[in-house]
Design a protein around this ligand. Structure first.
Ligand code: PLP
Length: 369
């Protein structure tokens, strides 16, 4: 097999097998294309799914984090602990708010932040800990919540990449009592752009709804606080409702993909798969692995180019915060930097076939020295 007789394999691709079109047309015909009935329905559905009582939709996963920060009353100068290797949305919003991101190391096997790494950077000024469930893994929430409770610091779970992954049977994003999801096009369920905050705190939920909509609730044009417009549209929510209705089949396919990749890659020298602890039942956002530079002396970025020639789209891992000049205070984080230099993520989306996975794995194996 070679790339000439195959169509290219994208890194991600949303699949719409269910009622997406029907719900979208329904929303369109209703003429309610900003707010509308699907928004409330999607919020209720996500709350029920998460197991927490309140879900507040947002225009994307980043504004969901921003809303959570506003609701918590984050102030300039507050310290927010965030992982040094992850999609750095939480760190960026921390800077946006004039607060200080403090970066914690990640575990080299799980690619996730640990309680020990958080404890190492906790100070009197720590106002919030953000954990990021990277690539669909879930951080060691038992240990992290014990630490956070003993220090009286709230924990926000950024579960943008781990929708439907569970930890000891609980939905990621809903373990600490405050979490966020993203529904961007590559995510496990998608609304194009979209996000959600879930919480168990009634007062916080009310505040988030206010900040989302210019501080206005019942009384038109009456601003109770200086908020934003972070609203999700009815059209987006219609897609979300349809995606949630068939979540079981999406999860089944993502688990199949995880199993097939694992079986194909497990024994290959030079490839180190992301590790999932026994408490975690993962639903992968993307299959991520670390390449051993001894087996791949051409380097990860060259491997990405070589796979592209074979018709396979892949992505590099996140840059470590310590490698980015926008975080000049970040100290060196060796695990984060090693992952940043060597992680590659492979095509992962529900309609990816086992044959396509075998092709990806065989090409990746063939590129070893
Ligand atoms: C961990 C994490 N947090 C936040 C976000 C931001 O979500 P969005 O793209 O919906 O703003 C992403 C997105 O890709 C993410 O991976």
């Amino acid at each position: 097999m070679n790339s000439k007789n195959k169509s290219p394999i994208p890194w991600a691709q949303p699949d719409f097998w269910g009622l997406e079109e029907q719900f979208l047309v329904e929303a369109l015909h209703s003429t309610w294309i900003s707010g509308g009935a699907f928004v409330g329905r999607f919020e209720r559905d996500v709350a029920a799914f998460s197991g927490l009582p309140f879900a507040i939709s947002a225009s994307n996963g980043t504004t969901a984090i921003h809303l959570a920060y506003l609701g918590l009353g984050l102030r300039p100068g507050d310290e927010v602990i965030v992982p040094g290797f992850c999609y750095l949305a939480a760190a960026n919003i921390t800077l946006q708010m004039g607060a200080k991101p403090v970066f914690a190391e990640v575990d080299p096997d799980t690619f996730c932040v640990t309680a020990g790494a958080i404890e190492a950077v906790l100070t009197r000024r720590t106002r919030l800990v953000v954990v990021v469930h990277t690539y669909g893994n879930v951080c060691e929430m038992g240990e992290i919540m014990s630490l956070a409770r003993s220090k009286g610091v709230p924990v926000l779970e950024d579960a943008a990449e781990s929708f439907a992954s569970t930890y000891m049977g609980r939905q990621s994003g809903a373990i600490s009592g405050l979490g966020t999801y993203s529904f961007q096009a590559t995510k496990t369920i998608t609304t194009g752009e979209g996000g959600m905050v879930v919480t168990d705190d009634d007062a916080l939920a009310k505040k988030l709804a206010l900040y989302r909509s210019h501080g206005v609730s019942g009384r038109r044009y009456w601003h109770e606080l200086p908020g934003h417009n972070f609203r999700l549209t009815n059209l987006q929510a219609a897609l979300g409702c349809a995606q949630l209705e068939r979540l079981d089949s999406i999860v089944r396919e993502r688990k199949r993909i995880h199993r097939t990749y694992t079986a194909a890659l497990k024994g290959i020298a030079g490839i180190r798969l992301q590790v999932f602890r026994s408490e975690v039942d993962p639903v992968l956002w993307t299959l991520a692995l670390e390449l051993d530079p001894a087996a791949y002396p051409q380097g990860r970025d060259r491997v990405i180019e070589q796979l592209a020639v074979e018709g396979i789209e892949t992505r590099n891992g996140f840059y470590a915060a310590s490698q980015l000049s926008i975080y000049p205070d970040c100290v060196s984080l060796p695990n984060c930097e090693r992952l940043a230099n060597n992680v590659i993520s492979l095509p992962t989306f529900p309609s990816l076939s086992d044959q396509q996975i075998d092709y990806v794995c065989s090409r990746l194996a063939a590129l070893r020295a």
